[in-house]
Design a binder for this molecule. Sequence first.
Ligand SMILES: [Zn+2]
Length: 156
Amino acid sequence: MNDVRAEAGASSGFVHATCAGCGQVNRLPARRLADDPTCGRCKQKVFPHRPVEVTGATWAREVDTSPLPVLADFWAPWCGPCHAVAPALERIAGRRASRLKVVKVNIDENPDLAARFGVRSIPTMVVLRRGREVDRMVGALPADEIDRRLARLGDG
Ligand SMILES: [Zn+2]
């Protein structure tokens, strides 16, 4: 799927990113990540343009080692406001595809992750760099507000 791993020697300026389409591991200059790089094998975009479902089992490889900042949307199928904010997150995932990765965490199926991040109401959107929380938005914020908060991260 969308396995994106940082190379152990990140100081070399390269990261390893597994293609969202074909699974090929691409070695990319870190400074070129923002150019929405193309896979060397299938010629499609390396980074996903849509939100990616993650679980406790895939969190480490999808989030902790992602070379891109990650917006993790904690949600549940029965949550109306979660559905209300979902289209905005789809658009953000497309527009910021090579600058931000959007993942979705179903809290019913992953109560361990919800507990780990102290999620008390949903939707809660946690922004992480290298697995560390750098911002948090609680509630179904308007798309403009989410965009403003993400822009403050300095990645456009
Ligand atoms: Zn590919």
